[in-house]
Ligand binder design. Structure first.
Ligand code: GLU
Length: 428
C-alpha cells in the first residue's frame, strides 16, 4: 500500500516549513528544527534458532531534546526506512510539545518482520538493539517505547539488557513496560483512548452526539482496537475495520452495516493486529478489499495503521458524509491529499495531537517509575483525559479564532513551544 515515491520525511518537513513560514520563524531555528539533532545507524547481528546469523539494520534518531530527553517508540517493520524514522522522530517532538509534557522527540526502527521471527530470535534482536545503543540512550537522554509491531514484552527484554550492561535497575530507561514490571496501568489503552477523547471533544464542539455517528477504522492493532472499544462505549457504531488477514498475508476490510462486534473481533486478533478472515466471516462480517474502509458512508474515519494511507489515489473516494478524520496513525495522509481534505473542509484531528495519548501515558509511567509508586487505572485514565482534552481545546480554539486548519494550529502551538525552549537554552 505504501507507494515507492512517498517520502515521510519530506512530508514532515513540508508540514513544518508551511507553518514556519506562516509564523515567521527565524532561519537558524528553522534549520535546527527541520532536521534531527542526532542519528544512529547500526547493524545488529542476531543468532537465529537454526544456528545461522542474520544481520539486521537498526536506527535511533533524536530529533530534538530542548524540552526534555528524546522520547518515542521503536518500530519493527520490513519496509522501515531511515527517512520514515526521521519523520516519526520529528512528529514525536511536536507530539510531546502539543500536550505540554517535558520531553523531546525521538524514534527507532529495525528493518525486520517479527511475524517471521521466533520468540527467542525476537528477544536476541531486542537485546542486540540495546547493546548497540546503550551509551546513547537512557532515562535522561532518550527513552524508547513500543510502536508498530513492538509491545511490552519487547520493552522488558530491552530494559533487562540495559540494566545488565549498567548493573543496576533503571526503570526510567524505557516505557510501555508490562504492568507489575514498572509499567503503568492504562498504557495499553492510552493511544486508542486518547484518539477517542479528542474525537469526543470534536463531536461536542460540532453539537453531534456520538450515538448518532458511525466510523470506519483502518488498522486493528493497539491503537485501532482501543479506539474502537471506547468509541463504541460512547455509543458510536464501528461499521468497518481494515486489518491484516493471517491466512492470505494481506489486509481486508471487514464490514457490517449494523455495527461490528468489537469485543469479539478483538478477541480473535493476534498481538500484531492480524486476524483470521474466516472466523471474522462467522461473526457476520462482509469481507471486502482493503481499500473499502475509506469509501464507506460514515461520519468518522480513523486511520490507525501506517503512514501514507490516504493519498491522491484514494482521497477522492472519501464519502460526502465524512465530517471528521481522527488520525490514530502517524502521518496517514500525504501532503497532496491533505490539501484536498483541507479544501473540502473535513475536520481533521492531526496525528500528533490525536495519538498523543500513548506518549502522555508513557510520561505518567516515567513519573510512577521514578517515584516507585503506581496509580490506579482510573487515576491514570482520568489524568490522560484531562491532558488530551486540554490539548485538543487549545488547538481547536486557535484554529477557530484564526480560521486555521487544525493541523496548522497544532503545529503553531508545538513549534512555538519548542522554538522558545531552544532560544531559552541559548542554542539559537
Ligand atoms: N510510539 C508511540 C507514539 O508514536 C508512543 C511513544 C512513547 O510512548 O514514547 O506516540
Amino acid at each position: 500500500m505504501v507507494k515507492g515515491s512517498y517520502n515521510p520525511y519530506e512530508n514532515a518537513q513540508a508540514q513544518f516549513d508551511r507553518v514556519a513560514e506562516m509564523i515567521g520563524l527565524d532561519d537558524a531555528t528553522r534549520q535546527l528544527l527541520r532536521q534531527p539533532m542526532k542519528e544512529y545507524h547500526f547493524t545488529i547481528p542476531v543468532r537465529m534458532d537454526d544456528g545461522s546469523t542474520r544481520i539486521f539494520n537498526g536506527y535511533r534518531i533524536q530529533h530534538n531534546t530542548a524540552r526534555g530527553p528524546a522520547k518515542g517508540g521503536i518500530r519493527f517493520h520490513p519496509q522501515e526506512t531511515v527517512d520514515t524514522v526521521r519523520a516519526l522522530a520529528m512528529w514525536m517532538t511536536w507530539k510531546c510539545a502539543v500536550v505540554d509534557i517535558p520531553l523531546g522527540g525521538g524514534k527507532g526502527g529495525v528493518i525486520c518482520d517479527p511475524r517471521n521471527l521466533t520468540e527467542s530470535e525476537q528477544e536476541r534482536l531486542c537485546r542486540g538493539y540495546v547493546r548497540q545503543l546503550a551509551k546513547d540512550v537512557g532515562p535522561f537522554i532518550d527513552v524508547p517505547a513500543p510502536d508498530v509491531m513492538t509491545n511490552a514484552k519487547h520493552m522488558l527484554w530491552m530494559l533487562d539488557e540495559y540494566e545488565t550492561i549498567y548493573g543496576a535497575r533503571y526503570p526510567g530507561f524505557i516505557t510501555g513496560k508490562p504492568v507489575g514490571m514498572g509499567g503503568s496501568l492504562g498504557r495499553t489503552e492510552a493511544t486508542g483512548y486518547g484518539v477517542v477523547y479528542t474525537l469526543r471533544e470534536a463531536l461536542k464542539e460540532m453539537g453531534i452526539k456520538p450515538e448518532n455517528t458511525s466510523a470506519s477504522i483502518q488498522g486493528f492493532g493497539n491503537v485501532g482496537q482501543y479506539a474502537a472499544k471506547l468509541y463504541t462505549e460512547l455509543g458510536g457504531t464501528v461499521v468497518a475495520v481494515c486489518c491484516w488477514d493471517n491466512n492470505d498475508n494481506k489486509p481486508y476490510t471487514y464490514y457490517k452495516e449494523s455495527g461490528l462486534d468489537i469485543e469479539a473481533l478483538k478477541e480473535m486478533t493476534d498481538s500484531f493486529g492480524g486476524i483470521d478472515k474466516d472466523k471474522a466471516r462467522d461473526l457476520g462480517c462482509q469481507i471486502e478489499p482493503a481499500g473499502a474502509w475509506l469509501e464507506k458512508d460514515v461520519d468518522i474515519l480513523i486511520p490507525a495503521a501506517l503512514e501514507n494511507q490516504i493519498n491522491m489515489d484514494n482521497v477522492d473516494k472519501i464519502s460526502e458524509q465524512v465530517k471528521i478524520i481522527a488520525e490514530g496513525a502517524n502521518g496517514p495522509v500525504n501532503k497532496e491529499a491533505d490539501e484536498v481534505i483541507r479544501n473540502r473542509g473535513i475536520f481533521v484531528i492531526p496525528d500528533f495531537l490525536a495519538n498523543a495519548g500513548g506518549v502522555t501515558c508513557s510520561y505518567f509511567e516515567q513519573v510512577q517509575s521514578n517515584t516507585n509508586y503506581y496509580w490506579e487505572k482510573d487515576e491514570v485514565l482520568e489524568k490522560l483525559d484531562i491532558k488530551m482534552t486540554s490539548a485538543f481545546k487549545a488547538v481547536s480554539e486557535l484554529a477557530r479564532n484564526n480560521n486555521l486548519y487544525m493541523r496548522d494550529a497544532a503545529y503553531i502551538i508545538s513549534i512555538n513551544r519548542v522554538a522558545q525552549a531552544v532560544k531559552m537554552r541559548g542554542w539559537v
